[in-house]
Design a protein around this ligand. Sequence first.
Ligand SMILES: Nc1ncnc2c1ncn2[C@@H]1O[C@H](COP(=O)(O)OP(=O)(O)OP(=O)(O)O)[C@@H](O)[C@H]1O
Ligand SMILES: [Mg+2]
Length: 409
Amino acid sequence: MYVSDLALDDFRSYHELVLGLDRGVTAFVGPNGQGKTNIVEAIAYLSTFSSHRVAADAALVRQGTPGAVVRAKVVHGDRPTVVELEIVAGKANRARLNRAPVKTRDVLGVIRTVVFAPEDLELVKGDPAQRRRFLDDLVVLLTPRLAALRSEYDKVLRQRVALLKSAAAARRRGADLDLSTLDVWDASLAQAGAQLVSARTRVIQQLRPYVADAYEQVSAGQGGARIDYRASIDAVDEAPDPGPELLGGTGEAADAARTAVADRETALLDTPAVRDRLLAAMGRLRDREIDRGVALVGPHRDDVALTLGTLPARGYASHGESWSYALALRLGSYELLRDDEASPWGTDGEPVLILDDVFAELDSRRRDRLAEMVADAQQVLITAAVAEDVPSRLAGTRFEVREGQVTRA
Ligand SMILES: Nc1ncnc2c1ncn2[C@@H]1O[C@H](COP(=O)(O)OP(=O)(O)OP(=O)(O)O)[C@@H](O)[C@H]1O
Ligand SMILES: [Mg+2]
């Protein structure tokens, strides 16, 4: 798929912008702070309803104005669709599909994007929440209806934590605890949580070979990238947990370790079994949960383990290796989505690839490899402050971005 037209009203720094875009490579070039990222951020927002830069939508609306509109025409095969979102700070978004008002969730998945940006270094170096978000975004890109599951889980978790906190306070006061409501929330959390754990595990399995391949390519053969789902329920249930030394190693013990991890993973795909395990774990942990007023088990405590060779990437990988790993996670996602035949768009589920300010961060060898890998993508949108940072084989359309004016070079 590719985006052929983009229109912005009061989005970020733009009062009004209308832009025709081409297939293939397009680079937005101009000095810092001129509005390059704002353009690609708008397209990515249509795909996930979230920005790679901010958590709150308020920053997306041009200062001093009540709301923003992002409209894009996206072409699947040769079928055009117009997607429009109105962002009003503090209110729910309004969506239109081919000009007709629709529920916002009907717009999810129409435009698929994969964004790689400097912030992605946090996927490797940052806390588990970043990796959970990465994974959940991919779950939703692959299966848009699971967006509802994700918000259902968040809602149930918030309610249950609130209840645990008030139970903790009541216990400190020495008051009687009525725990029957908690039972109800335990059951809901286990129900939604198990579905989320299974969905994420499935995506990890799909993504694993793609990330290994992409890392191999980006790092010029210094491979050994392996991703695994780390479920808190496994830790609570004391499932076998061989470290990276074994997982990335060779020999009999390493093979046995990988088999143990594969079994552990298969068990996570059995949603009813995971639900029962979560429920039982919450039963055992209840006292501690009430003491601390925290929910100790469930997908909100899970992580993705990133291994490089026989070491965990986090805390061990060099800066360059961490960059390559982050890039491999994004390019791997891109390739997975491209191959995804279950896409609602049939064979044209290929996402728009957005590379925001990444060439400046890579050495020339990695730059060339990346250029080679993305050269045949249906649409790649690149931002760069310095034109020379964009490899010459990615000569495509160039836009000059300066003081909010976007001109075709
Ligand atoms: N809500 C907003 N209202 C008005 N201006 C905004 C808003 N959000 C961001 N801006 C402005 O947009 C500009 C940043 O744009 P953008 O991030 O696209 O820059 P860029 O060209 O990508 O720069 P760099 O090369 O440094 O990445 C800043 O000058 C900022 O003040
Ligand atoms: Mg930028």
